[in-house]
Design a protein around this ligand. Structure first.
Ligand code: GAR
Length: 197
């Protein structure tokens, strides 16, 4: 069985879309794969409730707990990796996981670590992607699923979804339009990866 571990920080709507698609499309039978665990760096992440309700392992590794460590980022990533590895993942899926990962962590999961970013990469890496797309006068925006490499939001692109920017758009309106497409894009790309494994 190919185990999928999903990392979240908040609402977890992309995680929920993947879990629902896996159930609807029978990933267990088709790909011998299943989502086994959802891990958050915040105990307050709403997506944890969905995961629990689905009977998935829902775990928390609070990044704040490592604030006083000599190297907080490395200490957090080490604990996170231990928590992930207990589930023996074939694929680690970042779904709104708002932490910058250390090169060591990324190397550990090389080739089996993917992320979704709310822009048409390579444009608008980092934060505030919707407002920056509006400010730049973009006519189109979207989301990108990519392999994770040590450079933030820069790994090989696995799939993209495009939406129009409409007259009078606010960052909030654009974000909602992009998110709807993320929920279709991310499960599709994950399924493609599982098929190739
Ligand atoms: C999504 O829009 C995702 O693309 C973005 O956070 C949102 C999470 O929503 N990710 C990033 O900005 C990563 N840098 P969700 O928790 O409802 O899936």
């Amino acid at each position: 069985m190919k185990n999928i571990v999903i990392l979240i920080s908040g609402g977890g709507s992309n995680m929920a879309a993947i879990v629902r698609t896996a159930q609807r499309d029978g990933w267990a039978q088709r790909f011998d794969a299943k989502v086994v665990a959802v891990i958050s760096n915040k105990a307050s992440a709403a997506g944890l409730d969905f995961a629990r309700a689905q009977g998935l392992a829902a775990e928390v590794v609070e990044h704040k707990a490592f604030a006083t460590a000599p190297d907080p980022r490395a200490a957090f990533d080490a604990e996170l990796a231990q928590t992930i590895d207990r589930h023996q993942p074939a694929l680690v899926v970042l779904a709104g996981f708002m932490r910058i990962l250390t090169p060591g962590f990324v190397a550990r999961y090389a080739g089996r670590l993917v992320n979704i970013h709310p822009s048409l990469l390579p444009a608008f890496t980092g934060l505030n992607t919707y407002q920056r797309a509006l400010d730049a006068g973009c006519r189109f925006a979207g989301a990108t699923v990519h392999q994770v490499t040590a450079e933030l939001d820069h790994g090989p692109i696995l799939g993209q979804a495009v939406v129009p920017v409409l007259p009078g758009d606010t960052a909030q309106a654009l974000a909602a339009r992009v998110l709807t497409q993320e929920h279709l894009l991310y499960p599709r790309v994950v399924a493609e990866l599982l098929q190739k494994m």
